[in-house]
Design a protein around this ligand. Structure first.
Ligand SMILES: NC(=O)c1ccc[n+]([C@@H]2O[C@H](COP(=O)([O-])OP(=O)(O)OC[C@H]3O[C@@H](n4cnc5c(N)ncnc54)[C@H](OP(=O)(O)O)[C@@H]3O)[C@@H](O)[C@H]2O)c1
Length: 258
């Protein structure tokens, strides 16, 4: 998003939570969204036209839920356009695809935090856009790709499930869609995921092959036999975004075959 936004006419101020700066592309400020005063101070200093909240800290309710409220409060105080990144993880799973009208039905703490964040953001700033997305596929630094390559290279233990279904999205497609959303006035939840539903196992095989490994190098298994409580079948219907945005949300097999 930071790389794409300048082409859309924005100057970017990025934030990071860990001490080291992520890269040298733009202005970066260290920020912990759990600290409402720090969020307020930075937003008052920058007075941005728009704020994108893509914070992720899986184990931290205060970063993902309360932090989202702090960001929305500070953003609303300067009249900034807010785009909040949400997740398909707030759904329990079912055979039918989920639309924007489906309320959250979380079955784990991460999904509950993402659901709570949406509730807070919508209450504080009803004009905010809340992007529900699915597995984000990027280069080796992205969570999904790194995890799969770690499994393939036996640096991590685990299996990719053949009965867990998602609509993965290319990271650059998602970034382009979010930057586009900054420039319009869509309010509320918007599903922004890939149009192709695949199992985690198939996604792993596509990524493995893309990185020069064989399909068989990916350890697979059934979630139903793992004893874990998982939201198995979570498909996002992104047809509203496809009609609203110029950005084409590509099927993940097309993205990874290039
Ligand atoms: N990855 C997926 O497959 C996926 C799927 C669905 C939805 N999402 C959603 O997409 C968004 C981005 O996910 P991602 O995978 O890109 O995450 P990521 O690569 O882990 O990036 C998360 C960012 O949040 C920052 N952060 C962590 N704790 C913070 C805190 N307390 N205060 C301020 N910033 C903090 C991190 O800072 P540092 O860089 O300093 O660590 C990092 O820049 C999240 O909202 C996530 O819930 C992701």
């Amino acid at each position: 998003m930071a790389r794409l936004a300048p082409a859309a006419g924005f100057e970017v101020v990025g934030t990071h939570a860990r001490p080291s700066r992520p890269h040298e592309l733009h202005d970066w400020s260290r920020l912990d969204v759990r600290d409402p005063f720090a969020v307020h101070t930075l937003v008052q200093l920058v007075r941005p036209a728009a704020v994108i909240n893509a914070c992720y800290d899986r184990g931290s309710w205060s970063a993902m839920a309360t932090g989202a409220a702090h960001v929305a409060t500070a953003s609303a105080a300067v009249g900034a356009r807010l785009v909040h990144i949400s997740s398909d993880a707030l759904h329990a799973g079912r055979p039918e695809a989920y639309t924007e009208d489906d309320d959250p039905t979380p079955i784990n703490a991460y999904g509950a935090a993402k659901a709570a964040a949406e509730t807070a953001v919508a209450a504080i700033d009803p004009s905010a856009a809340m992007v529900r997305t699915s597995l984000i596929v990027g280069d080796e630094s992205s969570h999904q790709t790194r995890f799969i390559l770690d499994l393939v290279n036996r640096r991590a233990e685990g299996r990719l499930f053949t009965d867990e279904i998602r609509c993965p999205i290319d990271g650059s497609d998602l970034a382009a869609a979010v930057v586009e959303l900054v420039g319009n006035d869509y309010a509320g939840v918007l599903n922004v995921a890939g149009p192709e539903a695949v199992t985690r196992a198939e996604l792993g095989r596509l990524i493995a092959v893309r990185h020069g490994h064989s399909r068989r190098s990916v350890p697979v298994g059934k979630a139903a036999r793992s004893g874990m409580v998982r939201n198995l079948d979570v498909k996002l219907d992104s047809s509203r975004a496809a009609g609203l945005l110029k950005t084409r949300l590509r099927p993940i097999s097309e993205v990874l075959s290039r």
